[in-house]
Design a binder for this molecule. Sequence first.
Ligand SMILES: Nc1ncnc2c1ncn2[C@@H]1O[C@H](COP(=O)(O)OP(=O)(O)OP(=O)(O)O)[C@@H](O)[C@H]1O
Ligand SMILES: [Mg+2]
Length: 257
Amino acid sequence: MNADVTPMVLADRVCKNFGALDVLNGVSLEVQRGEVACLIGPSGSGKSTFLRCVNHLEKVNAGRLLVDGDLIGYREKAGKLYELSSRDAGRQRRDIGMVFQHFNLFPHRTVVNNIIEAPMLVGGKSKAAATEHAMALLDQVGLRNKADAYPAQLSGGQQQRVAIARALAMEPKLMLFDEPTSALDPELVGDVLEVMRGLAADGMTMLVVTHEMGFAREVADQLIFMDAGAVVEKGRPRDVLANPQHERTQSFLSKLL
Ligand SMILES: Nc1ncnc2c1ncn2[C@@H]1O[C@H](COP(=O)(O)OP(=O)(O)OP(=O)(O)O)[C@@H](O)[C@H]1O
Ligand SMILES: [Mg+2]
């Protein structure tokens, strides 16, 4: 496949159920490399589940999900799908960074030790190299002076910026964000969005679940509205926000704005 035109994320009628509960009912979307896509939709519509499928924390039941041309979680042979070993699945996941609503830092480790853990254990980096990279990432998120602090000594916004630095430490080709600012006090949201804006400007491919419509309008190339486990509408943020085509999008946005 031609690397320049292969989408970074390609979801083709992705389905996921938990027992009798159908959560994703054929999600199709594409995120091109270097693109920022924002995913919005009502609570329970399947946004987090979809992100977790991309990162194969969850397994897709039907349809195909490709990241950078690689089928996620499976290998295709003579038209049949075979599940990847946990080792091969882990290798795919390494290229994908994920940032959660609730930071999930290790509480008993300092900021810098949170960041160097995966590059050392999984990436095989030396402590010196991992630490040097971690300090550069802390610069990037504006927290170099907090390297030796513990998570509990930081504000929520600072913890989230550390979580972003930690995800970047593995040099991912795709970053997933699941409502990264929704657990923060309003005055802390701006700093986190500023870091994300910087990442986007540097060309990182990002799929972001967020209800920060200002961010979506300014930064996103694509706004995707999901409802009941399917994509209802997608397009340029300005177009979708100013002129939603579907009644469900209109009704959702009118409650949000
Ligand atoms: N591990 C699980 N087992 C069973 N049901 C689950 C599981 N994870 C999610 N669900 C269900 O799947 C549906 C979609 O959940 P999901 O978390 O993806 O929604 P969401 O769009 O992210 O919602 P929110 O905006 O509230 O975060 C919900 O009905 C949820 O209860
Ligand atoms: Mg969610």
